[in-house]
Design a protein around this ligand. Structure first.
Ligand code: TRP
Length: 433
């Protein structure tokens, strides 16, 4: 496989709207026609479970979104178009990746942090109403991407962090088990418009300001009629700047058509006429797809077949790759066990070590040792493990400057200089970054 691989996931959580079409479906379908890229498109239904507990809604949305992509021109023969939950290797890979992902990385994920911040602001427990799926979201997404060794993942800005996490996780896995994964990159499409909604804010399901992509013609007309405008009368010049109507028009029209509407604004076109122009322009692009969509929605069995065929294609890659990964981590056929010599990994670069332990008298102590075992620092007994940990933390953050402060709880050790201690602390600090 020499061509670049693109991969995009869509969470089936609702009915696609014009914003999804302009921002994701249309550019992706265009990209899928390129002969120099190999494209993967999938319905991220496992991701949908994180936020939706209505089975019927997930099923319905999966159908609607699949039908929308096909109606918009996605050719399943040219690309790999599948449903995430038809590829059991993905949750399997999720587990392998989970075990190389630091929990701290996930603590820093925007979506999880936003939930925690919201709870904190509402004086609730930080993790109130947060399911572990939300916490694990980035790992599942990493598995989606890494399974197919995608080079580029076209995403909105809100998803960049997830791609960076997928890279981090891939790097960690490669470091431990060999170069299995391609490091993915986010492809941000700057020239793709963010569509405003009926009220001028970004078109979004959560603002309830959207226009359903395949609303019937009469309904589309009504919805377009509801786009906010200012109160300028016909004959008065209109501003294109900040006009949701103008921006939506621009997302569908050619440069000449846009220039014509700009002139009409300056010349005082009435809002009713402008809305009529917009409605007709959208409908011109959408009507043929709408017909196709309606036919597809009436034949869910056909879509099911298309998705299952896509899953076969996806699994033709995922199955052997998963076998390779299982082997790499040690989930192996026992008959292949090496009888000659156990292949224990060479020790990692040896580092100094803080050890906390409990003395026979019940007190809590710590010591700092060099890789060979030589003791550099030895504490006296603390009453609680927290106190011992706090002293260690002080040493880790302040270095040997903390020694004076801690003098009363350290035992003197012959032949160890402050410099020895400082060197060990610095080595530890460097390894931690
Ligand atoms: N998180 C994406 C979204 O909500 C959907 C998604 C799931 C995805 N897995 C992915 C996108 C892998 C790109 C690659 O929009």
């Amino acid at each position: 496989m020499s061509s670049k691989r693109f991969l995009t996931g869509i969470t089936p959580s609702g009915t696609p709207h014009l914003g999804n079409y302009v921002g994701s479906i249309r550019p992706s379908v265009q990209a899928s026609r390129r002969t120099d890229v190999q494209s993967f498109y999938f319905l991220a239904d496992y991701h949908a479970l994180i936020k939706i507990d209505e089975p019927v809604r997930i099923q319905r949305s999966t159908l609607e979104i699949a039908a929308s992509w096909l109606a918009a021109g996605l050719e399943p023969e040219r690309v790999t178009f599948y449903r995430q939950s038809d590829v059991p290797e993905i949750p399997e890979l999720t587990w392998l990746l989970t075990c190389v992902t630091s929990k701290g990385l996930l603590n820093r994920a925007h979506a999880y942090k936003a939930a925690v911040d919201q709870n904190t602001a509402a004086l609730q427990e930080p993790d109130a109403n947060v399911n572990a799926g939300l916490f694990m979201y980035p790992v599942l997404m990493a598995a989606d991407i890494l399974m197919f060794n995608a080079h580029q993942v076209p995403v909105g800005r809100d998803q960049i962090q997830h791609i960076e996490m997928a890279r981090d996780i891939a790097q960690r896995f490669n470091h431990l088990y060999g170069e299995h994964f391609t490091l993915p990159e986010a492809a941000i499409e700057d020239n793709v418009a963010t569509l405003p909604g009926l009220d001028g804010r970004k078109m979004s399901k959560s603002y309830d300001n959207h226009i359903a992509l395949f609303a019937p013609r009469a309904q589309l007309k009504k919805l377009v009629g509801g786009i906010v405008t200012d109160s300028r009368a016909p004959g008065e010049a209109k501003e294109t700047e900040g006009s949701a109507l103008f921006q939506i028009y621009q997302a569908f029209a050619s440069a000449e058509e846009t220039a014509a509407l700009r002139r009409a604004y300056a010349e005082g076109i009435g809002w009713a006429d402008a809305k009529h122009m917009l409605f007709e322009r959208i409908d011109r692009e959408i009507a043929p797809m709408r017909e196709h969509y309606t036919a597809l929605m009436a034949a869910p069995g056909k879509i099911e077949e298309i998705l299952l065929a896509g899953a076969d294609k996806a699994r033709a890659i995922a199955r052997p790759f998963t076998a390779e990964l299982r082997r790499a981590v040690g989930l192996r056929d026992l008959r292949t066990v090496s009888t000659t010599k156990s292949t224990v990994k060479p020790a990692k670069t040896a580092l100094p070590l803080f050890k906390q332990y409990r003395e026979a008298d019940g007190k809590f102590c710590f010591k700092l040792t060099k890789p060979g075992g030589r003791v550099l620092l030895q504490s006296l007994g603390f009453d609680s493990p927290r106190d011992a940990a706090a002293a260690i933390q002080l040493l880790q953050t302040k270095g040997h400057a903390a020694l004076a402060e801690l003098a009363s709880c350290l035992q003197p050790i012959a032949d160890v200089s402050d410099d020895d201690i400082e060197a060990a602390l610095q080595q530890l600090a460097a390894a931690a970054t």
